[in-house]
Design a protein around this ligand. Sequence first.
Ligand code: ADP
Ligand code: MG
Length: 251
Amino acid sequence: MNKFAAKPYLQRIWPEFGNDVDLSEFPFNVPAVRDLQQIEFHADVTFFVGENGSGKSTILEAIALALGFGVEGGPMSIQLLDTLGERSALARHIRMSRSFKRPKYGYFMRAESFFNVATYMDKEIGASWSYGVPALHARSHGEAFMSVLLNKFRSDGLYLLDEPEAALSPNRQLAALRAIDQLVQQRSQFIIVTHSPILLAYPNAKILAFDGSGISEIAYEDTEHLAVTRDFLNHYPRRLEQLLAPDLDSD
Ligand SMILES: Nc1ncnc2c1ncn2[C@@H]1O[C@H](COP(=O)(O)OP(=O)(O)O)[C@@H](O)[C@H]1O
Ligand SMILES: [Mg+2]
C-alpha cells in the first residue's frame, strides 16, 4: 500500500485487547473477534463474507462505532440511541490507521435498522435531506435503499454496508454495482458485508472470508457463493430432487 495515497481512508484495523477484556464473553468470544489479527482494507471495496453468525456484523459495527458513526447506522452525523449494548465494547478495543485525508462523507447501513434511520430522516430531517418525494417510508425497502445509494452517497465518501442486497432484486443489485463503481471512481471507499454472488464479482476489491479459523483473503472464483449458486442454477431440477427428497429415515 502506498502510504502517501489518499485512499484507502481506512487503511487498517487491529485489536488491542487489554486485561479488562474477557475472551469468554460476547463479543470477544466470537472466533473472528478472538483471533482478530489485523485487517488491511482495499482502497476501493473490501467485502466480508462468511456463514451466518461468523462475526461479520459484529466487526463491521465495531469499525463503524470506532469511526464515529451512530450505532443505528446512517450518515456520520446521525447519532441514534445505543441499542447494541456489549457490541460497542469491541469498538473501544479497535485501533485503526487512517489516511492523512479524511473522507468528506460517510454512511453506515445496518441491514436491520435501515427502517429506524429512515424514520429519523423522514421525521427529523425531512425535506432538507432532499431525497425527493415520497418520503423513505413510502417506498419499498429496496427503493429506499437505491434512493440513498443514488441520491445521498457522494464522491470522496467512506461507506459501510451490511448486506445491502437484502433489499434488492437481481436487477437492482446490478444497478447498485454500477453505482458503487461510479463512487469508487470518484474517490470513495466501501466496506461491504454480503452474501450476494453478484456484488462479490466487483473486480476492484478484496474478499475477506470469516470462518472458524479467523479471517483470510479469498479469490472470487474460490467463494462458496459463486460455487453453490452456479451449481444450483446449472442443475436445479436435479438439486431440487435431492434437496426435497423424502427423508427415508423418518417415521
Ligand atoms: N448481543 C449479543 N449477545 C450475545 N451473542 C451475540 C449478540 N449478537 C450476536 N451474537 C452472536 O455473535 C455471533 C456473531 O454474530 P454476527 O456478527 O451478527 O454474525 P454475522 O453478521 O456474521 O452473521 C453469532 O453467533 C451471534 O449469535
Ligand atoms: Mg450479520
